[in-house]
Ligand binder design. Sequence first.
Ligand SMILES: O=C(O)CCC(=O)C(=O)O
Length: 254
Amino acid sequence: MRARARSIALGRNELSFYGQNGYLVVERFIPEKECRSLIAGAQGIAAGRHANLLNIHERSPLFRRLLVHPGILKAADAIQKARMIPIGSIFFFCKPGNPLEKGANAHQDNYAAKAPYGSYFVCGVALDDADEGNGALVVYPGTHKLRDLPYTPAKNFEMDRHGKIVKAYPIGPAVRVPVAFKPLQLKYTRGSLIFIHGHLVHSAPQNPSRTRWRHKVYLHYIKDGDPFWPGWNARRRLIERDARPPRADDDDDH
Ligand SMILES: O=C(O)CCC(=O)C(=O)O
């Protein structure tokens, strides 16, 4: 199911699709030019070392603006029927053959935020076209209704004493998916948004392409007033929805 592009005017059909399946794709919402700028921004930060970038919104005003994008917030509020507050972000390069990114196990994102059921909410922003050729996201429609599935805690990264990722594991602690729920590898174009329920089981293979990258950023939100776990590595925290990114000359009184 695909919602209409750009305006994110979510109607009854889209909201009911999300309710049934736990995800919703909005095609080509972020313009091509902006996708290219976001990729260039992340590549600039990576400087040739392509590990996941946790909280990229703290390192780049472009990503900070994306996290509080009024169109994304409006859609998030409508889907979640609540005021949604940004709490984090993570950037994936999904560079072909990259040892510092290993794809993702079949997992539920709420293992990280440990929020009440239905509160944690993720918006993936695809910065490249994605399909099975470059390891697009795989979802297990309907699994969000299973609530919290058991898992064994596992680390995503090993970091050095400066907080730099030196080793990566597949993201997320693996869960067992009941056989009634079938995997579906999505196909989406650059600029698409993928709204994901915090309890939807999803995974991603390591990028199997030899040539195609799959840049993507995930934006994280929580229902206003709900508790969440900040995490050891991610350090999620509440972010003002309407704050402008700080400018270089804003820090006179610190
Ligand atoms: O590579 C991907 O798109 C999936 C990443 C993922 O599953 C996650 O951040 O929870």
